[in-house]
Ligand binder design. Structure first.
Ligand SMILES: *[C@@H]1O[C@H](CO)[C@@H](O)[C@H](O)[C@H]1NC(C)=O
Ligand SMILES: *[C@@H]1O[C@H](CO)[C@@H](O)[C@H](O)[C@H]1NC(C)=O
Ligand SMILES: *[C@@H]1O[C@H](CO)[C@@H](O)[C@H](O)[C@H]1NC(C)=O
Length: 283
């Protein structure tokens, strides 16, 4: 069944891929936060947030907080401006050109979750957010999907209804854990699952983790990877979804070359048993 799945992936012409499989890691460190990525059509961006003095500051450490750099000023204002048409751009954010906003909660999850949810109120009111309705079991894709990572409390994500802040799961444990009693992992809780690449043994295991996630409708991301064309190509060849990168121009060029190749290199399915791969990891 997995072999069939991969064959299906291979058959999809690269030109049909709408969203570039690139994630802007620590996006706020770019020359112009949000815009550098957006102008390169990199539609997944990450902001580290600190709840302090009743504001959500964007910074790597609390010591680097700059009062002018908030989630609102760097991200929510430009995103809302594009969505409501007050900022004219060639390729606006929409359901067919969606943006993934990763919010890495650096201050405690218990203090930060509600302020983040409150800050999203205008996007929510505009109907722009991907939303899951627990009562009907309906996941409605929106122009913007917000995914909490870092200290984001899973219990708060699970409890939110309708849910529009999702959870970055641990890609190693999608089959060996549950998000809550009686529930299973899926895009209604975790559209994205990730792990530190340093804790993945080899390429075959990485591919297993990607396929495991895909079996559940979840996209994959590996962070703390070497920054090289060959590494990026290895992820794309394995069908991994979000390549975590800092040099957005270089990774965009690499993607153009990879996706433009007449016969993109793809790994053959290794045939490893998925559960075994997980067990090997967890030993
Ligand atoms: C992004 O593109 C807009 C035009 O859509 C332009 O005004 C802006 O300067 C560009 N910013 C960067 C950082 O490339
Ligand atoms: C805070 O950020 C602004 C805008 O980038 C910059 O002009 C200012 O120098 C920064 N302040 C400090 C203390 O770094
Ligand atoms: C669009 O959103 C921007 C950013 O939040 C806001 O400043 C502006 O007033 C909004 N414009 C309209 C027409 O709603």
């Amino acid at each position: 069944m997995r072999a069939v799945l991969l064959a299906a992936l291979v058959a999809v012409p690269a030109a049909l891929a709408v969203t570039k499989p690139i994630h802007s890691h620590n996006d706020y460190l770019q020359a112009v936060p949000f815009w550098t990525a957006f102008n390169l059509s990199v539609m997944s961006v990450e902001a580290d947030v600190w709840w302090q003095s009743s504001q959500l500051f964007v910074a790597h450490t609390s010591g680097e907080i700059n009062k002018s750099k908030t989630l609102q000023s760097l991200y929510l204002n430009p995103i809302m401006g594009i969505l409501n048409g007050s900022l004219a751009v060639p390729n606006p954010i929409s359901v067919s050109n969606p943006l993934q906003l990763l919010i890495d909660m650096k201050s405690t999850g218990s203090s930060t979750f509600q302020p983040v949810s409150d800050a999203l109120a205008p996007l929510r009111a505009g109907g722009y957010l991907t939303t899951y309705n627990s009562a009907t079991g309906t996941l409605r894709p929106g122009a913007v999907t917000v995914v909490g990572t870092g200290n984001t409390p899973l219990a708060s994500v699970v409890a939110q209804n309708p849910r529009d802040v999702f959870f970055d799961a641990d890609i190693r444990t999608l089959f060996s854990t549950v998000p809550a009693t009686g529930q299973t992992w899926g895009p209604h809780i975790s559209p994205l699952a990730s792990v530190d690449f340093g804790s993945v043994s080899n390429t075959a295991q990485m591919q297993e983790l990607v396929l495991n996630a895909h079996d559940l409708g979840i996209k994959s991301r590996f962070w703390d990877t070497p920054a090289s064309v060959s590494t990026w190509n290895t992820f794309w060849a394995a069908g991994s979804d979000w390549v975590n990168a800092d040099d957005l121009a270089a990774v965009s060029n690499a993607w153009a070359a990879f996706s433009g190749a007449l016969v993109p290199t793809r790994f053959e399915y290794t045939g490893l048993d998925a559960q075994k791969a997980l067990e090997r990891k967890e030993v």
